[in-house]
Design a protein around this ligand. Structure first.
Ligand code: MG
Length: 231
């Protein structure tokens, strides 16, 4: 499947798993967590993080509102600890610790694609269920607009399209003039499909639902990347 870039004004990137390779980073983090747990002689942190991820997935699946507070409340309840404790663990292990490890996991071709999109007058957006700005800065990438699902104006995880709709509204772009570049069919593709925004999904396999790509050097980006490309 090809992408007709000529009518696309706005490119909306998912962050985790799209702008960097998520599994190598998860492995890096798992090693650091195990080392910490051995030192602490406690599995408390690993258990809280595991529950936190499950809670977020289920809030996303249920399309629940108010996720920014609910994710901490439910994790604290399920683990029998305070919300403040969950926040401390999440802040360190999900928001801070991965940052220094991000740059070397950046998806090949990301910097070149962002530069080429800019040169060809496209608006670049980033949309994630996790905080966006600190990650983009560590990845040495800049977006014109960044939206996190925990922002008060959204407060719903993917596949709810609220964050995507907010980006379309703020940039005064109609769905067919935008494209979502993500890595999950059950989140990015599903959200985009529900409001008729085209997609490009990062995957090693082709798929009937959407064009796919392995990294940003893929031929699907050629019209943007080549000087003479019609895009
Ligand atoms: Mg992702």
């Amino acid at each position: 499947m090809r992408v007709d870039w000529s009518g696309i004004k706005l490119v909306i990137f998912d962050v985790d798993g799209t702008l960097y390779d998520q599994w190598p980073l998860r492995l890096d983090m798992a090693r650091a967590l195990v080392a910490d747990s051995v030192q602490q002689r406690s599995l408390d942190t690993i258990r809280i993080l595991s529950t936190f991820r499950k809670v977020r997935e289920s809030l996303g699946n249920a399309r629940s509102p108010g996720v920014s507070g609910e994710q901490y409340r439910r994790t604290a309840r399920d683990r029998g600890c305070s919300e403040a404790h969950v926040r401390t663990i999440v802040e360190r292990w999900i928001e801070q610790e991965p940052l220094s490890r991000l740059r070397r996991r950046r998806t090949p071709g990301a910097c070149e694609l962002f530069a080429a999109l800019r040169k060809k007058g496209r608006t670049i957006a980033a949309w994630s269920d996790y905080p966006v700005e600190s990650k983009l800065s560590k990845l040495e990438l800049t977006a014109d607009i960044a939206v996190c699902s925990s922002d008060p104006a959204v407060n719903r995880f993917k596949p709810d399209p609220a964050g995507l709709q907010l980006i379309l509204d703020r940039t005064a772009t109609s769905p067919h003039q935008a494209i979502v570049v993500g890595d999950r069919f059950d989140r990015d593709w599903e959200a985009a499909r529900s409001i008729s925004v085209p997609t490009l999904i990062r995957s090693f396999r082709s798929n009937d639902r959407s064009p796919t790509f392995r990294d940003f050097r893929d031929h699907v980006f050629a019209p943007i990347l080549t000087e003479s490309g019609h895009a």
